[in-house]
Write a protein of this length. Structure first.
Length: 154
């Protein structure tokens, strides 16, 4: 149910914008600060380590950056169109997290290479027990869980 005074589409776009800004700022920091090697946090459990990922999440599809950029463009367009159907604040926040993360990683693919579309995604959060990721990846995953939880509560 949509509450009076709440504009879900605006909420989604604000969340997406916040994710995009934080993601790109953190990646700029990682590029400037992690070139000399990783920073260890929590002993060996977590470190910040610069990785340039030419593939998909979890190191899948290495070298498929151009195809992944095309898929990301289609996903962003689909999410933007889908934002018209969002009815609740949790759905709007979930959509915004996923959209902002998708645009953040897409912008890496488009603008962090020698030509448009051949860029690599900047990853830098490296837990010892998981793959290296970035804030965009975390936002996409969190948004997907929020959306799933919101749908299960209906």
């Amino acid at each position: 149910m949509r509450k009076a005074g709440v504009n879900p589409r605006r909420t989604a776009l604000v969340a997406a914008g916040a994710v995009l800004v934080l993601d790109q700022a953190s990646k700029q920091w990682a590029l400037a600060s992690l070139g000399d090697g990783p920073i260890r946090l929590l002993g060996n459990a977590l470190r910040l380590r610069l990785v340039r990922n030419s593939g998909a999440a979890f190191g899948l599809l290495p070298g498929w950056g151009g195809w992944l950029a095309l898929a990301a463009v289609l996903a962003v367009v689909g999410l933007a169109i889908g934002s018209r159907r969002v009815q609740s604040r949790p759905e709007a926040i979930a959509l915004g997290l996923v959209l902002g993360g998708a645009v953040g990683n897409l912008s890496d693919r488009l603008f962090r290479g020698t030509t448009i579309g051949d860029g690599r995604v900047v990853d830098f959060i490296d837990p010892a027990w998981f793959w290296t990721f970035n804030l965009a990846d975390a936002a996409i995953t969190t948004g997907a869980f929020i959306f799933l939880f919101a749908e299960l509560r209906k």
